[in-house]
Design a binder for this molecule. Structure first.
Ligand code: SF4
Length: 273
């Protein structure tokens, strides 16, 4: 489904994809104008923060690792994963300028990458118990009536005798508490909804695998309990956000958290409604 409209505020509210992801919904929640520039106008992101790039590149190294295990191969060694890390970093830095924060440069990124990959390889998360049945698996279905298909790209799906475990990998500056994991669980609820037919009759376990980037990186698994009411609520949020998009409600929502790393600061300043 593609909605077509010229809204009352003059913004074109056509959504050009035949699916919607949680990432798009949460971008709208953080800043509707950023959503507009990214998903409707399709503006290029000319730069990205080193921190954001780092998270994506660690994901790629983990994806490579799990794909090797799924194919029945031994765990890749440290240098191989580091090689994947730098190959992916190069690809990203050729596509957009990578901007370093204070006290950050390529040298500090290299040291952190080395430590994070070591911590990841030594963690339990790197050796899942069960059969890996999906890595960066795309699941999509008409989960929310009236919306395009919902698409989830799930980092890791493991099937064991007694459960299907869905893992979402996060990189963070500091360790997450169990509370923080529970509070951030909307995306995982949605993945549970999308994965419900993958292993009929088996309970679905949800977890975040949180990798920290400090001087001593940690890799921790934090379970999130599935709750049908939360899934219903997440679907309701998606519907409300979708209605706002259809109605053309796009406006800046400045915040100290989002604006410094936003690639659309120029168009945002030029925006006149
Ligand atoms: S600069 Fe801030 S307010 Fe403007 S689009 Fe980006 S996140 Fe939104």
């Amino acid at each position: 489904m593609i909605a077509a409209a010229q809204s009352s505020n003059g913004c074109d509210s056509r959504f050009q994809r035949d699916y919607i992801s949680w990432s798009a919904i949460s971008t709208y929640q953080q800043c509707p104008l950023r959503f507009y520039f990214k998903y409707l106008k399709g503006l290029d992101e000319h730069f990205l923060s080193a921190s954001f790039a780092f998270g994506g590149v660690v994901h790629s190294a983990a994806e490579f690792h799990f794909n090797e295990l799924m194919a029945g191969n031994p765990s890749p060694d440290h240098d191989t994963l580091l090689g994947v890390f730098w190959e992916e970093w190069k690809t990203r830095s050729e596509a957009a300028e990578i901007r370093f924060g204070k006290k950050e440069d390529l040298n500090s990124i290299a040291k952190t990458a080395d430590r994070v990959i070591e911590a990841f390889r030594e963690s339990d998360i790197a050796q899942p118990k069960g059969r890996i049945i999906g890595v960066e698996e795309e699941l999509r279905s008409e989960l929310v009536p009236g919306l395009p298909e919902v698409l989830g790209r799930v980092d890791l799906i493991v099937e064991s005798e007694d459960a299907l475990t869905i893992t979402d990998l996060k990189t963070a500056r500091t360790r997450w508490s169990s509370d923080q994991a529970e509070r951030s669980g909307e995306q995982l609820m949605l993945y549970a909804g999308l994965a419900k037919d993958l292993a009929p009759g088996k309970p679905i376990k949800l977890e975040f695998a949180v990798v920290t980037k400090g001087a001593k990186p940690t890799v921790e698994s934090l379970p999130v309990s599935f709750d049908q009411q939360r899934l219903d609520r997440t679907q309701l949020i998606m519907r409300r956000v979708w209605d706002s998009i259809q109605d053309g409600h796009f406006f800046p929502s400045p915040s100290a958290m989002n604006c410094p790393g936003c690639a659309f600061r120029g168009p945002c300043e030029a925006w006149k409604g």
